[in-house]
Design a protein around this ligand. Structure first.
Ligand code: PMP
Length: 449
């Protein structure tokens, strides 16, 4: 069958990607039979691997019963059970679960709930949501106002109220030791300074990715940072929102990444790995007191048609059960530790790798011109696209971003499904090794010209 002219792609793409045929476990095949190892779980989505038979079975069972029941007409078992399960995994007190279809919707829901809570408790002057730069919180206008990535946000600036930002704690760029408490304090105190500069009584919330995603490339906060952020928010009556859209669901070695520091937010959001690509699903999980305030004041002025879709929730529930049954969080921690040590060995061999970071199976490396100065590669090399394309040709899928603003920086997320084994780690490292060698050859040819 010949491929029709594309009419659903809205991006400039340098080449059309092959047509996907099938996906099983950590592998995907195109229609020509070429196999790819899904080294980034799509966009850090397919946490339990592709085509899991138990998840497909649960979805089929639900499909035979009902695929849609509008939330104002019916409650559904999958939504009820998934909400209870999610609340049981979330921090103490965060037991109210609001279902949505993706990460941006979850972030929108969180900031709107926070705002309605402020009005309900007589603090209507609070509306600013501080976030970090760089960060990614979604592309709808509310979430985009929080996203710290100017190229995405700038064209829409007149249409939204851009929110205050503080720098993300990229200690490796500032030559600071992330294991030193003073480093954590240095970056966390920027939040307090920003709150004071903005007027504390106008600040509603602070939103943070506990372990960074695409924006910072798996940035792990420096020692003491998360705890101090929590303290600062509490001191000024500001809600702390954890964006666990990418880090939630187990891939960092804990169900929620913030468990690494035992810090509880007031609201958290989750998506991507929640239903692991089997269905569009996300959730906002809020503290019961916040929800009670909003309900007492008349209820949440917000909701999406597909909220709590029974098929999506059946998929989500089966995914969470699969993670528990197969001990996938433990495996993410163990296999992630192996993969990280292998990436560090690659860094020993390739001086263009400037940094290796992350937790569990949310890992990244950054390419630089010079490791000592962390000077990025020349923008014209287009490294973030080139290396991805080379790896793709070699049958390895990785995910990249360039987010060091004006001075650019190329990082690559290595985040295979949580079912990955030591053999898969070997395959990923072999693919990266080959791809980096070919990338370097290409650069030297370009420079020779
Ligand atoms: N927050 C974070 C941390 C994310 O990584 C993403 C997606 N990359 C989003 C929000 C937005 O999610 P979605 O693309 O599902 O709207």
């Amino acid at each position: 069958m010949s491929r029709p002219e594309t009419s659903h792609l809205f991006y400039q793409s340098r080449q059309r990607r092959p047509m996907l045929d099938q996906a099983r476990g950590v592998y995907m095949w195109d229609v020509d039979g070429k196999r790819y190892l899904d080294g980034s779980s799509g966009a850090m989505v397919c946490n339990i691997g592709h085509s899991n038979p138990r998840v497909l079975g649960a979805m089929r069972k639900q499909m035979d019963k009902a695929t849609f029941g509008y939330r104002l007409h019916f409650e559904t078992e999958p939504a009820e059970f998934l909400a209870a399960k999610t609340a049981s995994l979330a921090p103490e007190g965060l037991d109210k679960v609001f279902f949505v279809s993706g990460g941006s919707e979850a972030v929108e829901s969180a900031i709107k709930l926070a705002r309605q809570n402020a009005i309900a408790i007589g603090e209507a002057g609070r509306y600013k949501v501080i976030s970090r730069d760089p960060s990614y919180h979604g592309c709808t206008l509310g979430a985009l106002a929080l996203t710290g990535y100017a190229p995405l946000a700038d064209p829409f600036e007149p249409m939204m109220r851009v929110m205050p930002k503080i720098p993300a704690p990229r200690a490796y760029l500032d030559g600071l030791d992330p294991d030193d408490e003073a480093t954590g304090r240095h970056y966390a105190d920027m939040l307090e300074q920003k709150i004071l500069a903005e007027d504390p009584e106008t600040v509603l919330a602070f939103i943070v990715e506990p372990i960074g995603g695409a924006s910072t490339g798996a940035l792990v906060p420096p020692r003491g940072y998360m705890r101090r952020i929590r303290e600062i928010c509490s001191r000024y009556g500001i809600l702390l929102i954890h964006d666990e859209v990418m880090s939630g669901g187990g891939r960092t070695g804990r169900f929620f990444a913030a468990e690494h520091w035992d810090v509880d937010p007031d609201i958290l959001v989750i998506s991507k790995g929640f239903a692991a690509g089997y269905a569009p699903l996300g959730a906002m999980v809020a503290h019961k007191d916040i929800v009670a305030n909003v309900l007492d004041a008349g209820g949440f002025l917000h909701g999406f048609t597909y909220a709590g879709n029974p098929l999506a929730c059946a998929a989500g529930l089966a995914v969470v059960e699969e993670i528990e049954r197969e001990g996938l969080i433990r495996n993410a921690a163990d296999t992630g530790a192996l993969l990280k040590s292998e990436l560090n060995k690659l860094m020993d061999r390739y001086s263009i790798i400037g940094d290796v970071r992350g937790e569990g199976l949310l890992l990244a490396f950054e390419l630089v011109e010079d490791r000592a100065t962390q000077q990025p590669l020349a923008k014209e090399l287009n490294a973030f696209n080139e290396l991805v394309d080379i790896a793709y040709e070699n049958g390895l899928i990785i995910y990249s971003r360039r987010t060091r603003g004006g001075h650019s920086g190329d990082h690559f997320l290595i985040a295979p499904p949580m079912i990955s084994t030591a053999d898969h780690v070997g395959e990923i490292i072999e693919g990266l090794d080959l791809s980096l060698r070919q990338f370097l050859d290409r650069i030297s040819q370009q420079r020779a010209r």
